[in-house]
Design a binder for this molecule. Structure first.
Ligand SMILES: N[C@@H](CCC(=O)N[C@@H](CS)C(=O)NCC(=O)O)C(=O)O
Length: 209
């Protein structure tokens, strides 16, 4: 099994943290998105969408969406459990995990990739020849602010994103929050519930990944 990874990118980090929480040792291959290695033929043979991460399971199977990588690894290595112990917990974790990807990761991504110089002419992940759209910078910022407000409300009622314990939903939210900080779109100081949760989950050894 091999993970195709990109150290500076937030979606591969979701997979790396999950792998670290499971105490797995998986060979990784670094692909530079900034250098455009993900758009070159060698990598497109592995993942024709040009996206990272990809988990190569065997010669016939490449898993290329993070939630599917989570599911595969959890099924192969059930402990520690990160995706739920019963149906209701599982669907709750899945909902919150997807919420952070669709509303947080995509919002910060929209803000970042439509203004970052190294991504000029790469306005969509996995493509070249797609123009940046400056209007999406402001829209991404508004979307991210809404996401942070929702996350802050949630963490005012719940110790962790999906309930009383650390799960995959915390992994994706942490990757969004750190991505936002890195690209100049951090949560506001008034989001004290996010701050309390962030300080705690950031102390986990896996968060260094
Ligand atoms: N929904 C995908 C998202 C993958 C994605 O967008 N990855 C970004 C890195 S964070 C990427 O590959 N970008 C390639 C590019 O910018 O060209 C997943 O869950 O894996």
């Amino acid at each position: 099994m091999e993970l195709y990874d990109c150290q500076m990118a937030p979606n591969p980090r979701r997979a790396r943290i999950f792998i670290a929480e499971k105490h797995l040792d998986i060979k990784t291959n670094e692909i530079s998105i900034i250098e455009g290695e993900n758009l070159k033929e060698d990598y497109l043979k592995i993942n024709p969408w040009g996206l990272l991460p990809s988990l190569v399971v065997d010669e016939n199977t490449v898993i290329s969406e993070v939630p599917s990588i989570f599911l595969y690894l959890e099924s192969m290595h059930p402990e520690p459990n990160l995706l739920g112990n019963d149906l209701l917990e599982t669907v709750n974790i899945q909902s919150w995990e997807r919420f952070s990807e669709m509303n947080g990761m995509q919002a910060v991504g929209e803000f970042f990739r439509n203004q970052a110089e190294p991504l000029a002419n790469r306005g969509m992940p996995g493509f070249s020849g797609v123009a940046q759209v400056p209007e999406l910078v402001g829209r991404g910022k508004k979307r991210a602010e809404w996401y942070y407000s929702q996350l802050n409300d949630r963490l005012g009622k719940s110790a962790y994103v999906a309930g009383k314990r650390y799960t995959a939903a915390d992994i994706t939210a942490l990757c969004v929050v750190d991505f936002g900080k890195a690209v100049g779109l951090p949560f506001e100081a008034g989001c004290t519930n996010i701050s309390r949760w962030y300080d705690e989950v950031s102390k986990r050894p896996s968060s260094k990944m």
